[in-house]
Design a protein around this ligand. Structure first.
Ligand code: NAD
Length: 488
């Protein structure tokens, strides 16, 4: 079996223990991963802290940091296919998606490379004579970046890029479910020439590796992507070190289609909105909210497309839907579907998993119009399962869209400009896509509220969020400061 190592202080090493990682297309272990325990995590944080203050990093100009990030972007672009193959092997995510996504990850690093020397302080028009007052933007310190297994090179890039641009150092924790892509990324990032300790990559289980990392007194900020329950642990841990947190959590995103929409576009966007990444995506448009006037026709088209999806091995370029990452996820999805059907949901297609190796799951559509409180409508779970609700009025559409504890993404399909604006205002989510879905860019902030977390990744603000402001007061008068205890 292939073996991977952790990356601490510029060196690759074995961790305190090892654990096997499973190939989701066969259900069998394919590689041994380093399991970071407390000692490994402590070593990584100490290395990152030393690097933060060392002149090799702290003494670089912002432009020099940007050049290192440009070099990293070049290396990602050169190695994109290799990284995509490893991600596909370890996560089961299909190769046509990993190849495209990792090539784009290089653009994220390039964006933050360019931003490094555009993070500016400010001069204040202070209300006192003979005084200059300005704000310096300084890096926060050591950042713990914790990512889930899905899209991990992308989800780590939106943390590593802005943090390094701002001058922070990092300990990145890969998910125990599929850590190979990030550990391989570390091998490639090593060649970019960052000073030792600036970027460290470990992996291990949440209960030890994750908890020790997020509680560590030297951690200034925890940038987390994952589920709400884990986020609660992290926020509780931050009560120890008072680290700031940014939390990118799950979603149960509404995909709203009005009767005046371009139906062909809406069908295609809904298919990719829910079945891309085999339904394992935080922004999946997992709740179709469809005008009752077009429901039957729309569902018939969706069903036909869903049943024509090519299910197959993730490393085959022809595959459109691959296996789920873990068996536990598959069992959980089947359980929620069964409970939803018990509560009155109607199965339109899918819902039965094939026999044989691997954690495959067919595109599934459930009509939940008569079961609006079914678990499939309200719980986030990672599987290609679409729940359908229908509405008669715009007000009802908005009410259904906002009937969720999450607030990450949303989609609206309509040709009416005025209605689009009303929906944009009314939807409670961090992202509204109008007549499109799933578009992302390094330039555009990304994030949610409610159970979807807080903070934004992407865009200029994300780099500023890895800095703190230092207020500098400089007296410009040469007159002596008068003795405060002599009355005048
Ligand atoms: P998860 O929360 O189980 O795990 C995420 C990471 O947290 C892993 O690295 C895990 O080891 C770590 N972790 C677990 N317990 C910990 C603890 N006590 N302390 C510190 N770290 C700990 O999530 P998952 O199942 O791997 O991923 C799926 C979730 O991620 C879904 O809810 C999905 O919506 C969310 N997600 C959100 C976004 C976004 O940008 N909003 C993107 C992708 C995924």
């Amino acid at each position: 079996m292939q073996q991977f190592q952790q990356y601490i202080d510029g060196e690759f090493s074995d961790a305190s223990a090892q654990f096997p990682s499973t190939d989701p297309s066969t259900g069998r272990p394919w590689a041994l991963m380093p399991e970071a325990r407390s000692a490994d995590v402590n070593r990584a944080v100490e290395a990152a802290e030393r690097a933060f203050y060392a002149p090799e990093w702290a003494g670089l100009t912002a432009t020099q940091r940007g050049k290192l990030l440009h070099r990293l972007a070049d290396l990602i672009a050169e190695n994109a296919q290799h990284l995509a193959e490893i991600e596909t092997r370890d996560t089961g995510k299909i190769i046509r998606e990993t190849s495209a996504q990792i090539a784009y990850v290089a653009d994220y690093y390039r964006y933050y490379a360019g931003l490094a020397d555009k993070i500016e302080g400010a001069h204040l028009p202070i209300d006192k004579p003979d005084m200059e007052v300005w704000l310096r933007r300084e890096p926060l310190g050591v950042v713990a970046a914790i990512v889930p297994w899905n899209s991990q090179l992308f989800l780590s890039a939106v943390k590593i890029g802005p943090a390094l641009a701002a001058g922070c150092t990092l300990v990145v924790k890969a998910s125990e479910e599929a850590p190979a892509p990030l550990l391989e990324f570390a091998r490639i990032a090593h060649q970019a020439g960052f000073p030792p300790g600036v970027l460290n990559v470990v992996t291990g289980f949440g209960a030890e590796c994750g908890a020790v990392l997020t509680r560590h007194p030297k951690i200034a900020h925890v940038a987390f992507t994952g589920g709400p329950d884990t986020a609660r642990h992290i926020v509780r841990n931050s009560a120890e070190n008072l680290a700031s947190t940014s939390l990118e959590l799950g979603g149960k995103s509404p995909f709203i289609v009005f009767e005046d929409a371009d139906i062909d576009s809406a069908v295609n966007a809904q298919i990719s909105g829910i079945f891309a990444a085999t339904g394992q995506s935080c922004v999946a448009g997992s709740r179709l909210i469809i005008s009752a006037q077009i429901k039957d026709d729309f569902l018939a088209r969706l069903k036909a497309k869903a049943e024509a999806v090519v299910i197959g091995a993730p490393d085959d370029m022809a595959t459109e839907v691959g296996p789920l990452c873990t068996l536990a996820q598959r069992d959980h999805a089947l359980d929620l579907i069964a409970k939803s059907i018990d509560q009155g949901a109607g199965l339109i297609t899918g819902g039965t998993v094939p026999s044989g190796d691997g954690f495959y799951f067919p595109p599934t559509i459930l009509d939940c119009s008569d079961a609006p409180n079914a678990p499939c409508v309200h719980q986030e779970f990672f599987a290609p399962v679409l729940s359908v609700l229908s509405f008669d009025t715009e007000e009802e559409a908005l009410r259904l869209a906002n009937d969720t504890d999450f607030g990450l993404a949303s989609g609206v399909f309509t040709r009416s400009l005025t209605r689009a604006h009303r929906m944009i205002r009314g939807i409670r989510a961090g992202i509204v896509w109008v007549n499109t879905y799933r578009a992302v860019s390094p330039v555009a902030p990304f994030g949610g509220h409610g159970l979807s977390g807080h903070g934004r990744e992407g865009g200029l603000q994300a780099a500023l969020d890895y800095t703190r402001v230092k207020t500098v007061w400089l007296r410009t008068s040469d007159d002596p400061i008068p003795d405060p205890f002599v009355m005048r």
